[in-house]
Design a protein around this ligand. Structure first.
Ligand SMILES: [Fe+2]
Length: 128
């Protein structure tokens, strides 16, 4: 007889998100990538995207524990990536994006070498 092995407490399995965005734990506050964008943008018009990890609570930034990358997607479409090093860089990514059609959300993924991958989302409306 075999028993299914659960991994719900393994931070390195899958992508982590806050369980309750209005009542986050310190771990969630330190790792959530927070996306700042306009609520709506014009089709094919450039807009700024800011992604900050540790906006709610600073994440450690030392050789043994740091954010090593941030990625940006429009729904499932890959847009951009920033690789980071400890101490000399900050886990903040700023870029510009043009969307030609509707996407439900921008999604940011941040990876911590100790606590795995974390996802933040921001709804966005693309107007003609
Ligand atoms: Fe961490």
């Amino acid at each position: 007889m075999t028993t299914a092995i659960q991994c719900e407490h393994d931070l390195f399995c899958g992508v982590n998100t806050p369980r309750d965005i209005d009542n986050m734990t310190d771990l969630e506050k330190k790792h959530l990538p927070v996306i700042t964008v306009p609520k709506s943008v014009k089709k094919d018009e450039r807009f700024e995207v800011m992604i900050e990890v540790g906006k709610h609570m600073a994440h450690p930034n030392e050789p043994g524990h740091f954010i090593d990358f941030i990625e940006l997607y429009a729904d499932d479409t890959y847009l951009a990536r920033l690789d980071l090093t400890a101490q000399m860089t900050q886990p903040i990514m700023r870029t510009w994006v043009c969307l030609s059609h509707i996407h439900d959300s921008l999604r940011a993924f941040a990876h911590c070498n100790i606590h795995g991958t974390w996802e933040g989302r921001a709804k966005i409306e693309v107007l003609s």
